[in-house]
Ligand binder design. Structure first.
Ligand code: ATP
Length: 266
C-alpha cells in the first residue's frame, strides 16, 4: 500500500459518507470522521448503535461476515482501504486489533509473541522481539522469569496485556481496541489505560468503550454514536457528534450527547 505524501499526516483515517449493511439491514448510516494519527479516539454510545461495526471497518474485519457490505469511503493516509489493490491481510497486519475478552493462544507466553511474528516473516532475533514487545505492553517484569509457562496461566489483566504485546510484536501502525477493559478489574483497567497513554506516542489508537469515565480519561477525540428506530422495527446507528474529548464531556453541541454523557439515557 503506497502512502501519499500530499496528504496531511495529521489524519490517519478519513471516513466519508460510510454506511454499513448486514444483509439488507443498514446498521450504521452516513458516518463522516477524520481519525487523527497517534492520538486516542474513543467511540461511545448505547448498545447496538454500531460502534464495533465501524471499528471493524478500519481493518476490514467485517469482510469476513457473509452478506455484509460497506458503502462510502475510508482512506488510511490517503489510500482507499477498500480498493481492490489493497490486500486485507496486509492491512490487518498494519492495523492490529485487541478484543474485549483476552484471547491468548494456548501456548507459552513466549510463543504468544513469537508465533504471529514468525508467521509474518520476522527474521530478527526472536528473544529481543519478545522482550521488547512485553516491555512495551508493561508486562515484562511480571513474566520474565516464566516465559515458558502458558499464557492462559496469567490473570485476566495480564492476559490482556499479553494480547496487546502480541499485537505490538507484529509492528502495526494502528491498534483497534474493542472494549479492551470490560473483562478486567479496576486495577488491571488502570494498567491498560496507562499503557494506552504510552502507546499513543507510536500508534494511532481507536477504542470502543462503554465506560464514559474511561473515554474521558484516555482519549483525545470522542465520537458519540446513537441509534434511531427504523420503520421496520429495527435500529440504525449514526454518528451524533465527534469532537475533542473535552468538548464532548464539558460542552457538547448536541442535546443527545449532553443527555448521554450526563447519564440521562443509554
Ligand atoms: N455479524 C452481524 N450480523 C448481523 N447483524 C449484526 C452483526 N454484528 C452486529 N450486527 C448488528 O448491527 C448493529 C450494530 O451492532 P454493533 O455491535 O456494531 O453495535 P455496538 O454499538 O458496538 O453495540 P455494543 O455496545 O452492544 O457492543 C446491531 O443492531 C447488531 O445487532
Amino acid at each position: 500500500m503506497q502512502v501519499s505524501s500530499s496528504v496531511d499526516t495529521g489524519t490517519a483515517f478519513r471516513v466519508e459518507k460510510t454506511s454499513y449493511f448486514y444483509g439488507p439491514v443498514m446498521a450504521v448510516k452516513d458516518v463522516y470522521m477524520d481519525v487523527p494519527d497517534r492520538k486516542i479516539t474513543a467511540f461511545i454510545g448505547p448498545s447496538g448503535c454500531g460502534k464495533s461495526t465501524v471499528l471493524r471497518c478500519f481493518n476490514r474485519l467485517n469482510d469476513l461476515i457473509p452478506g455484509a457490505h460497506i458503502e462510502g469511503k475510508i482512506t488510511y493516509h490517503g489510500v482507499d482501504i477498500y480498493d481492490p489493490s489493497v490486500d486485507p491481510i496486509e492491512l490487518r497486519r498494519r492495523i492490529g486489533m485487541v478484543f474485549q475478552k483476552p484471547n491468548p493462544f494456548p501456548k507459552s507466553i513466549y510463543e504468544n509473541i513469537a508465533f504471529g511474528a514468525r508467521i509474518n516473516g520476522y527474521k530478527g532475533d526472536m528473544d529481543t522481539l519478545v522482550e521488547r514487545s512485553l516491555r512495551s505492553a508493561a508486562l515484562w517484569d511480571e513474566v520474565k522469569d516464566k516465559l515458558k509457562e502458558s499464557g492462559l496461566s496469567l490473570s485476566g489483566g495480564q492476559q490482556q496485556r499479553l494480547c496487546i504485546a502480541r499485537a505490538i510484536a507484529i509492528e502495526p501502525e494502528v491498534l483497534l481496541m474493542d472494549e479492551p477493559c470490560s473483562a478486567l478489574d479496576p486495577i488491571s483497567t488502570l494498567r491498560v489505560e496507562e499503557l494506552m497513554q504510552e502507546l499513543k506516542q507510536d500508534y494511532t489508537i481507536i477504542i470502543v468503550t462503554h465506560n464514559m469515565q474511561q473515554a474521558s480519561r484516555v482519549s483525545d477525540m470522542t465520537a458519540f454514536f446513537n441509534a434511531q428506530a427504523t420503520e421496520k422495527g429495527g435500529k440504525m446507528g449514526y454518528l451524533v457528534e465527534y469532537a475533542p474529548t473535552q468538548q464532548i464531556f464539558n460542552n457538547p453541541q448536541q442535546v443527545a450527547t449532553q443527555d448521554y454523557v450526563s447519564g440521562r439515557f443509554g
